[in-house]
Ligand binder design. Structure first.
Ligand code: GDP
Ligand code: PGA
Ligand code: MN
Length: 597
């Protein structure tokens, strides 16, 4: 046990790693906490911090009969989602961050934030949170250390990552680690910054308490810094769920899928097939992030670097996602959901009658029929993955799982058909690169506006988007047996604005077709956009509650809509300047000629 040499700081450090000790000392000198607590990840620690959080009003205990081990947290109403406009990639050259990221010069960013962090933990506790992204001992895994003054962050990181002693053990005395610094500050949005320094493997987050901004292992390390490391080290850090689907004959196929935030990753990863699919099973490896590398066998192997689910609460019910409902039945932290009079949680779209009276997400009385939502549209649950009845036995496998299909899917009320398969890898990268999606409540800003969101990575790519797409194209050379690539859209709407495709469990019908295509079992029909299911030998519609006309509608390809789409794609590629990969702009030209315009 080396003790910290910082004057006025109590506590001893359970590590001899000189880099870590020196950095903690330096950051505590900057932030001036009253004390330092090194987190070990133990049950005793969880209990102690939970009790303290309850005493301080940070957590509200829920009814232990209904939700054992569960607590509610209400965040500041100005701090309920990721803040993309306050998120920065700080690289020496502006061009390395690219046109889709906010950029700050590293020295300028350090200076600005040093000012904010200076004394920001006075009277507070600095928690040292060592954590592993990935299964312990996995060659894919990375160690991070987050310094934070928020108990809520500590308790969430405990669920979302392998936190504490295991991480210090993996780090050892000389290991490299990501340096994360977070202070809640005064929650003034004017003084809120999420800054990434990929060249220093460092993240500084100030002035927020919301998940995606402050659980630094998640979007910040696993995606923004991860994607940068992936480009340098020859692998992929992606905003993708990973699932295994097992057929009645016992064959398991692993699939990774990129959908933007609040566009169905958690639901798809936990899907329960409809009754027509007796003998089929879908199991969750991960619901948000995939780290993928080429294995010695020439296939693409993926791990889920996380250990829990930070999921969207509204819309989750026993019909849409029974596995998520089971996952949040105990030992779960809820953020910004509503509370029932008997101390349970509630959100829009939950099962059963809407309760007559509730306490809304801001702690105010709420009555049925009120025009305001009781739960915030981006209210969340943080649940341990062990709670998921459909957890894949491979979820903690250090080697991960071999990926046979990659799916890209946005939220589009029109234009994009239910499913199609790319002609080849380059065309698949083109489908991912040209993804558009309507914005959701997962980030602050207007909801429902179509924006280009390449591979669902727009807010998460830690370097130039053009280089990122080129990296995807280049990966093909090292993957001897590449996954097949698909595009889906669960969100087409009819004229009255209703979703046409029933979605959720019925997405199994699309997944089955994808699995059949992967194994080369069904013929397809070629369209100008890609291969689609044939009307015979295509999607299994047995028991599907959808008229022939509606199915035709949801799978239709409308030339006029595609002309508009191609215009938007052009603007996107132009925005990448000379870094727009030629192979992709050529794909666009080929599509224009197929359209005949
Ligand atoms: P994630 O943030 O990508 O993990 O998205 P979620 O799986 O949490 O879903 C976000 C929202 O989309 C929730 O309100 C879901 O109920 C809804 N959703 C998910 N899958 C489907 C689907 O197949 N069809 C429709 N219509 N909505 C869906
Ligand atoms: P998700 O991301 O919506 O993709 O689950 C979490 C977040 O945005 O903080
Ligand atoms: Mn999710």
């Amino acid at each position: 046990m080396a003790s910290l040499q910082t004057p006025g700081i109590q506590g001893s450090a359970p590590t001899k790693n000189p880099e870590l000790l020196a950095w903690v000392a330096k950051m505590s000198q900057l932030t001036q906490p009253e004390r330092i607590v090194w987190c070990d990840g133990s049950a005793e620690e969880k209990q102690r911090l939970t009790e303290q959080a309850v005493d301080e009003g940070i957590l509200i205990p829920l009814n232990p009969q209904k939700r054992p081990g569960c607590y509610l947290h209400r965040s500041n109403p100005n701090d309920v989602a990721r803040v993309e406009h306050l998120t920065f990639i700080c690289t020496t050259n502006k061009e390395d961050a690219g046109p889709t990221n906010n950029w700050m010069e590293p020295e300028a960013a350090y200076t600005k934030l040093t000012h904010l962090f200076s004394g920001s933990m006075k009277g507070r506790t600095l928690y040292v949170v060592p954590y592993i992204m990935g299964p312990p001992g996995s060659p894919f895994a990375k160690v991070g250390v987050e310094l934070t003054d928020s108990i809520y962050v500590v308790l969430n990181m405990r669920i979302m990552t392998r936190m504490g002693r295991a991480a210090l053990e993996m780090l050892g005395d000389s290991g490299e680690f990501n340096r994360g610094l977070h202070s809640t500050g005064d929650l003034n949005p004017e003084r809120r910054y999420i800054c990434h320094f990929p060249q220093d493997n460092t993240i500084w987050s100030f002035g927020s308490g919301y998940g995606g901004n402050v659980l630094l292992g998640k979007k910040c390390l696993a995606l923004r810094i991860g994607s940068y490391l992936g480009q340098h080290e020859g692998w992929l850090a992606e905003h993708m769920l990973i699932l295994g689907v097992t057929s009645p004959r016992g064959e398991t196929t692993y699939v990774a899928a990129a959908f933007p935030s609040a566009c169905g990753k958690t639901n798809f990863a936990m899907m329960i097939p409809p009754k027509e699919y007796a003998g089929w099973k879908v199991e969750t490896v991960g619901d948000d992030i995939a780290w993928m590398r080429v294995g010695p066998d020439g296939r693409l192997w993926a791990i889920n670097p996380e250990a829990g689910y930070f999921g969207v609460a509204p819309g989750t019910n026993t019909k849409s996602n029974p596995n998520a409902m089971a996952s949040v039945s105990r030992d779960t932290l809820f953020t910004n959901v509503a509370m029932t009079p008997d101390g349970d949680v509630w959100w829009e779209g939950m099962d059963g009658e809407v309760p007559e009276e509730l306490t809304d997400w801001q702690g105010r009385p709420w009555k049925r029929g009120s025009p305001e939502k009781a739960a915030h549209p981006n209210s969340r649950f943080t649940a341990p993955m062990q709670n998921n009845p459909a957890l894949s036995p491979k979820a903690s496998d250090p080697m991960g799982v071999p990926i046979s299909a990659i799916i890209f899917g946005g939220r589009r009320s029109n234009t994009v058909p239910l499913v199609l398969q790319a002609f080849n890898w380059t065309h698949g990268v083109f489908l991912g690169a040209t993804m558009g999606s309507e914005t959701t409540a997962a980030a602050t800003g207007k909801v429902g506006v179509v924006r280009r969101d390449p591979m669902a990575m727009l807010p998460f790519c830690g370097y130039h988007m053009g280089d990122y797409l080129q990296h995807w194209l280049d990966m093909q050379k090292s993957i001897a047996h590449p996954p097949k690539i698909f595009q889906v859209n669960w969100f087409r709407q009819d004229k009255s604005g209703k979703f046409i495709w029933p979605g959720f469990g019925d997405n199994m019908r699309v997944l089955e077709w994808i699995v059949n295509r992967v194994h080369g079992r069904v013929p397809t029909e070629e369209t100008l956009l890609g291969w689609v299911p044939r009307s015979d030998q295509g999607l299994n519609t047995q028991g599907l509650d959808l008229s022939k006309e509606a199915l035709a509608d949801v799978t239709s390809i409308k030339t006029d809509e595609w002309k508009t789409e191609l215009k938007n794609q052009e603007t996107f590629f132009e925005s990448l300047g000379h870094k727009a990969p030629e192979a992709l702009t050529l794909q666009r030209k080929l599509l224009i000629s197929r359209l005949g315009s």
